[in-house]
Design a protein around this ligand. Sequence first.
Ligand code: UDP
Ligand code: MG
Length: 320
Amino acid sequence: MGKKISIVVSVYNEELGLQQFYDHTTPILQKASQDTGWDYQLIFVNDGSRDGSLDLLKEFASQDEKVAVVNFAANRGHEAAMIAGIDYADGDGIVCMDADLQHPPEAIPGIIEKFNQGYDVISMIRTARADAGIFKRITSAAFYVVMNKLSGKTKFENNSSDFFAISARVAKVLRQDYRERVRFLRGYVQNVGFKKTTLEFEAQARVAGESNYNIKSLVKLSLNAICNFSDAPLKMGIYAGLLSIFAAVILLIYSIVQYFLGTAPDGYSTIIVVLCVMFGVLFIILGFISEYLAIIFAEVKSRPIYVLDSIITKDGEELK
Ligand code: UDP
Ligand code: MG
């Protein structure tokens, strides 16, 4: 039996660029299929789009037997969409990519070659970002520095992206053992183990529409990632406490000396400063504890990562 590659594409309000994505990607996949002997499957995960994306996807599926649409009942976010695609995919290799052509499908033949060489995890590394301003570049670089400092043994590839490929056995591990509600999929993929490699790609500008990630969702993603892979923030309280005690001792000695010199200062400003610093530290720590509590809460509730509405293929629509 020949091998098969599954392409998982997450779609949220992408009606402006989807046709272009499909028209651009299909011939590349067909050619790759001829050249490498790997069959392909194109899985679109519709993450509760509110525009005409679903109608377009249905159209692709109705004329193309290679296309399957995994249709969510509601928006669950990019990671949930990738997870659903991985759950549905039955290829020997699975590639996750964006629907806006920022992840060039031209890279797919290279990915297949890596699979043929026996690799299980292929991280796609951005070399340039056509769309990102200086702010996004700096924050994203800072994120990886902080992540790698905090997470101990677990290491994250700088400039990795939601463009990656995994073998069927990695997918099996993700399906069975990585079902957390709060997660950092990219981090899991890079740290499950197996034989890993990287490929470079140049991120293109979006073909159409706007990025769905705003500052707020990026902050949330980063916080989740940090709290999920590191318990360092939880331990911050100990160091902050030690530091405060140290500062308090210095202040105490200083005050006693001043008292005996007869130049005891007016204590008002000291009190205010100390109070502000202490409360600041306290609330930051409290915030972090709440963050972990929220994660535990989400896990304990154990709601599904996504809810399916239907699966659509050329054979028709199967309601879930
Ligand atoms: N996406 C999704 N669900 C969401 C938000 C985004 O499936 O709630 C998809 C989106 O359609 C795109 C990919 O995730 O294919 C990446 O999103 P986007 O391009 O907005 O992010 P950026 O590339 O700017 O980081
Ligand atoms: Mg994008």
